[in-house]
Design a protein around this ligand. Structure first.
Ligand code: NDP
Length: 289
């Protein structure tokens, strides 16, 4: 087999963007994808097509995975474990921290190291100056391959524990996905009452812009688990949460998200936090078990 600088397995939009980025910087790339014709574009651009996962692993020490989840990694590499020894597997697929820890142990058992990662931009921004990528795993291994990985976006190395990158990734996506749904919810309420989403857009943008300064104040209260203040109490905010549910019902739009928010307030108030700041919802949200 010819050897290349990097192997990339998984050619969805993200994987394809990564291959194009590596090629653009003059690196040789071997690729493999379950649905073979998804490799056609990158092969036309200069990537080398491997005819099996084992051949893809044999081609490069650095192996980047861009798959739907970690299950896909076992489906692909499970039949090629003999080719894993000495490989550095950089898994940029989304999944849970526990599954990431398991994967680290599984790969180690086959003589390979796992660097877990999470790419924080969509495919069109891979390899641009706006891109950043969380990484965690063995520091020396990461440092060795950092110059190549850096091409995908600014690396943010979080530590040796493999779960860290996944944890930060899922935390960021928690904010991202809930915020996007919040926007859709608000736009649906407007539209149902005859206001086109476009009319509302600049107010929504203004609202998102004012939220970030809140966070620094909030974090202190979370650290202390103390929620002083009488300007935005759980009772007052809870009444608004109630109105949002009622307004959504009146408009005939979905109520799952408004009801989830109201439930945070109801439970904080039931636990005696009615006269505390709204940040007392932390006691509900952080609940274990
Ligand atoms: P896609 O779902 O389009 O691609 C997934 C890849 O995984 C394909 O190559 C697919 O193969 C492969 N795959 C899935 N299941 C299996 C399986 N059981 N066996 C073999 N191969 C499998 O994802 P994206 O490219 O959009 O994303 C890849 C990862 O990056 C995901 O974890 C995603 O969460 C993350 N991410 C995505 C972003 C985005 O904007 N799209 C942004 C940041 C991160 P096949 O072609 O044969 O189906």
């Amino acid at each position: 087999t010819t050897t290349t600088d990097v192997t990339l397995i998984g050619l969805g939009p993200m994987g394809q963007a990564m291959v194009h980025t590596f090629l653009r910087h003059g690196h040789s790339v071997t690729v493999w994808n379950r649905t073979a014709n998804r490799a056609d574009d990158v092969v036309a651009a200069g990537a080398v097509r491997a005819d099996s996962p084992a051949a893809a692993l044999a081609a490069s020490e650095l192996v980047v995975l861009s798959l739907t989840d970690y299950r896909a990694m076992y489906d692909i590499l499970g039949s090629a474990t003999d080719a894993l020894a000495g490989r550095v597997v950089v898994n940029l697929s989304s999944d849970t921290p526990a599954r990431t820890r398991e994967a680290s142990a599984w790969l180690a058992g086959h003589g390979a190291a796992l660097i877990a990662g999470g790419v924080m931009v969509p495919a069109p921004l891979v390899g641009t100056e706006n891109a950043y990528v969380f990484y965690s795993g063995p520091k020396e291994v990461f440092t060795t391959h950092e110059p190549v990985l850096r091409l995908l976006g600014r690396p943010d190395y979080l530590g040796e524990d493999p779960i860290l990158a996944q944890l930060y990734y899922q935390a960021q996506l928690t904010i991202f996905l809930t915020s996007l749904s919040a926007y859709l919810q608000a736009a649906a309420l407007m539209e149902a009452e005859g206001v086109p989403p476009r009319e509302f857009l600049r107010y929504a943008v203004d609202n998102f812009d004012t939220i970030s300064p809140f966070l620094a104040e909030t974090v202190e209260e979370l650290e202390k688990r103390s929620y002083p203040g009488h300007l935005s109490t759980a009772t007052m905010m809870g009444a608004t949460a109630d109105h949002i549910v009622a307004a959504s019902k009146e408009a005939g739009v979905d109520v799952a998200l408004p009801e989830a928010i109201r439930s945070h307030y109801d439970r904080a108030i039931a636990a005696g936090h009615g006269n505390d700041n709204w940040t007392s919802l932390w006691e509900v949200v952080r609940a274990r078990g």
